[in-house]
Each structure stands twice: as structure tokens, then as C-alpha cells.
Design a protein around this ligand. Structure first.
Ligand code: SF4
Ligand code: SF4
Length: 452
């Protein structure tokens, strides 16, 4: 039997009470690139100091009031548990405009799982009968009817594959490897889906696209509509049950199926397949010396920076940290071990970018806030659908960071980040190109396979 939001919140009670309201979680460390001067940059969203500890919670930056920063939300959770506060529309309007980016978790020295707390609080709020905001009600209705939040037709989910000459992979019965495409790459950023599938094809991977694939449920786990999310989870588990490995190109889908599904499945159930993001595969093949890249005149000399999606970056890193601490029997647990594992995790996409620098001639330049300190793109947690202006302003702040290091191309590995950064780039005239890393490899035909 799946747990209710309130039960999950109660399970987190000890963690909630660990919060000492120090508010360290509102800041993040910024200052990766070495440059002269005071590290100030005036971008489309104003002047920001880029060195030292800077304000980092997008919800707090946007709304300013105490309750919107993470510490305020943890206090709300505490007050709900103690009975000092009841769920109301006003509580909803404070806890919903949060991107669940996990910046606060990454900063908290008490290791409080803030995103778990915020998501459980939202689930408990929805269970209590407080109506979701209208925009969330709308996507919830659409996904229940059409299995995706964009309103796309089921038989058009893989239209991109047919149009790109990749139709033979749809329901490819003999394959034991699946590609879970997700709704954003299927119905909106088809460039990402086409690039990923073409790279698999070039690598000689016999993969299948499963026609019964439905939305992974990520937005619904985040906004508290956990019944909807679990209904979608059940459909996907059934559709993909006979596969050995499932690859992803979307950070949100990868996080949801790898981290959320096991938490919401029954205790005796296990994920029936291994999961891996396509960038991990490409990075591994580079490390093994099996692939390299061809030089490219158009890309040579271009400054390329990289945005760590919260879902593949920080969320996996935090999960790694929590499980290493939980599994340890050593009271004097050495956090350097955890930090080493996290560093190695964040290096994976950077292996690809450094190889692109070496072989293709791009200039890979890091932004000020990276890895666990990375600024969110503003799309997640139901914020793009529910609070589009806040969402785009956050994406524009991230684009300012890319402008601050003079990037020509802002890359990422998630179609949802891609969409939001791309929209902000256009709306606020940041003047860059936004591109997926694998999209760049496919678009410029950079892959050079030395052995399969
Ligand atoms: S969540 Fe952690 S960092 Fe934030 S106020 Fe509480 S104890 Fe401090
Ligand atoms: S998850 Fe992100 S937006 Fe939400 S409170 Fe934490 S830092 Fe702020």
C-alpha cells in the first residue's frame, strides 16, 4: 500500500525538527571561473555579485518574504505537524511557487532532505482537500485523459521518430534496451529525441521505443498530485517490464523513474530494469577510448558553457549522500568519501565537454555556480506550468550567468531545462544559442566511433 503525503511527512518529522532556522540554505557558493575584479556582472536581471556566498533560492529571490525561502517552508511543515497551522489556500500559495531545485538541501549542513519535505507537504495539502491552483488542475486533467501534460495525441508520441527515419525502433520486439523519451522531447523538443536516437543508432545499439510509454509523472509527484503520478508510474512499469536497461535523455524522467518510483512502489517491489542517462553512456565510451569527436570549423573557438540540470545533478548527488550516510555503520563517517563520489558524478558530463574541447576546438568555460551550487533553470516543481513569469525570470538569471562568462552556446542535457533557458534567452535577448550536448554532437555530426 502506498503511503499518503501526511504519512510521509510524519516519517520526516525528525528531519523537520533538526532545522535550526539558521537560513544557511538561502545561499550558495559562487566563484568557479578565475577572473579579475570584484566578480560583479550586470545582466538582464540586474547586477549580481558572482563571488562568495550569494542568494541562491529562486523562490526566495523572487518573492522575498521569509516563508518563501526554504527555512520558512520547513517551519510551515513543523507547524502543520504540531497542529499550529492548517492547510489553506494561503499555505498552498506559499509552498507551491518553489522549483524543488534542491539548492537548499545541498547547502544544509544538517543534511535535511528539504525537497522530500516540501513534496510531502504538498501531497498532504492536496489530500487535505485544498484545491490545486487552476493551472495545475488543468495539467492534471489533461494527463489523466491523454497520458501527457501537453495535450498531444498518443499516436503522435513518436511522430518525430517516423519523420526522422527512425520508425523501425518503435516496438522493436527483440531489443532488451529501451529509450524512454518523455513528453517534452516527444511533443516539444523533438531535436533532443532525434539526436539521442541517432546517436544510439550510430553506436550500434539495438533499442526500442515503447508505444505504451506515458508521462513519467514527474510534475505530479512534485505538485502533490501523487495519485495521478502513481497511476502513470504503474502504466510505465507495465510497459517497460521486459527490458534489461532503459536509457533517458530527460533529466526529470531519469530522476523520477530511478529515484521516485522505488520510493512509491511497494516494499517488496524492485525496479525491473537498470536505468542510465544517454550522457553517461557517451561519457563512459569516451573514457574507454571507444569514441572521439571530429573537428568542426563552425564550432571551433566558440565559448561553450554547461548548465547542470537539478534533476540529474544535485538530486542524484543528494540521493547518493543520503544513502551513503544511511548505509554506513561507522560513527566517524568520513564525508570526504561522499564528496569524492559526488565530484565523480558531476564530472560525467564534463568528460564529454572536455573531449569536445580537445577534439572539436570549442572553449569549455564553467559558469560561476556549478555542480551542487548550480542555479536552477526555473522549470521544475510545477513552476513552469503554474508560475510562468517567475519561471522565466529564474531562467533569465541563469542565462545572465552564462553571459557573465561570455558564452556563445549554453548547453544542458535536459529538454525541459533546454525549453526554459531557450525561452528566456529569446524573451530577454541574452543573445546565445541554447543546445543539448547530445544535440550538438548529432547536429554537427561530431561522433567518430573508433570501436563498437
Ligand atoms: S534547512 Fe538546514 S540550512 Fe536551512 S535553516 Fe534549516 S538547518 Fe539551516
Ligand atoms: S527547493 Fe529551490 S526554490 Fe525551493 S526552497 Fe529550496 S532552494 Fe528554494
Amino acid at each position: 500500500m502506498a503511503k499518503t503525503g501526511m504519512e510521509r511527512l510524519k516519517e520526516l518529522e525528525k528531519e523537520i525538527y533538526k532545522c535550526i532556522h539558521c537560513k544557511a540554505c538561502r545561499f550558495a557558493y559562487s566563484g568557479e571561473p578565475s577572473r579579475e575584479g570584484i566578480g560583479e556582472f550586470t545582466g538582464k536581471q540586474g547586477t549580481v555579485l558572482y563571488e562568495g556566498m550569494v542568494d541562491a533560492c529562486p523562490a526566495g529571490i523572487e518573492y522575498g518574504w521569509e516563508a518563501f525561502w526554504n527555512a520558512g517552508k520547513i517551519w510551515i511543515a513543523r507547524s502543520i505537524l504540531s497542529g499550529d497551522l492548517e492547510f489553506t489556500d494561503e499555505v498552498r500559495d506559499v509552498i507551491m511557487p518553489c522549483i524543488t531545485c534542491g539548492q537548499c538541501s545541498a547547502q544544509c549542513e544538517n543534511k535535511i532532505p528539504t525537497v522530500d519535505i516540501i513534496e510531502s507537504l504538498r501531497a498532504a495539502l492536496v489530500e487535505s482537500g485544498v484545491p490545486m491552483i487552476e493551472k495545475h488542475q488543468l495539467v492534471d486533467r489533461i494527463v489523466k485523459e491523454l497520458n501527457n501534460p501537453y495535450g498531444g495525441k498518443a499516436d503522435e508520441r513518436f511522430k518525430w521518430a517516423k519523420d526522422a527515419g527512425l520508425g523501425k525502433y518503435i516496438n522493436n520486439k527483440n531489443a532488451k534496451v529501451g529509450y524512454y523519451v518523455g513528453c517534452t522531447a516527444s511533443y516539444r523538443q523533438v531535436e533532443v529525441a532525434i539526436a539521442t536516437a541517432k546517436i544510439f543508432e550510430q553506436l550500434g545499439i539495438d533499442f526500442t521505443l515503447i508505444e505504451e510509454e506515458v508521462c513519467c509523472g514527474s510534475p505530479f509527484f512534485r505538485i502533490g498530485a501523487v495519485d495521478t503520478a502513481q497511476m502513470l508510474m504503474r502504466k510505465n512499469l507495465e510497459a517497460f517490464k521486459n527490458l534489461d536497461t532503459v536509457y533517458f535523455s530527460c533529466a526529470g524522467c531519469y530522476r523520477t523513474i530511478t529515484i521516485d518510483y522505488p520510493k512509491w512502489m511497494a516494499e517488496d517491489e524492485k525496479l525491473p530494469f537498470k536505468t542510465m542517462h544517454a550522457f553517461e553512456l557517451v561519457s563512459k565510451l569516451i573514457t574507454e577510448g571507444k569514441i572521439k569527436f571530429k573537428p568542426n570549423k563552425e564550432l571551433k573557438g566558440k565559448i561553450v558553457t554547461y548548465h547542470d540540470p537539478c534533476h540529474t545533478g544535485r538530486h542524484f548527488a543528494l540521493e547518493m549522500e543520503q544513502s551513503m550516510i544511511k548505509e554506513s555503520t561507522n560513527l566517524m563517517f568520513d564525508m570526504r568519501e561522499v564528496n569524492k563520489a559526488i565530484d565523480e558524478w558531476f564530472e560525467i558530463p564534463r568528460v564529454i565537454l572536455r573531449k569536445l574541447e580537445e577534439d572539436v576546438g570549442i572553449k569549455f568555460t564553467e559558469m560561476y555556480r556549478i555542480k551542487n551550487n548550480s542555479m536552477c533553470c526555473g522549470a521544475g516543481g510545477g513552476v513552469r506550468a503554474g508560475y510562468p513569469e517567475f519561471s522565466l525570470r529564474t531562467a533569465s538569471l541563469r542565462c545572465d550567468e552564462a553571459n557573465a562568462v561570455k558564452a556563445d552556446i549554453l548547453t544542458t542535457e535536459c529538454p525541459f531545462c533546454w525549453r526554459n533557458l531557450s525561452d528566456a534567452n529569446e524573451q530577454y535577448n541574452h543573445g546565445m544559442q541554447v543546445m543539448g550536448v547530445l544535440e550538438m554532437i548529432s547536429k554537427y555530426n561530431l561522433l567518430d566511433i573508433t570501436s563498437k
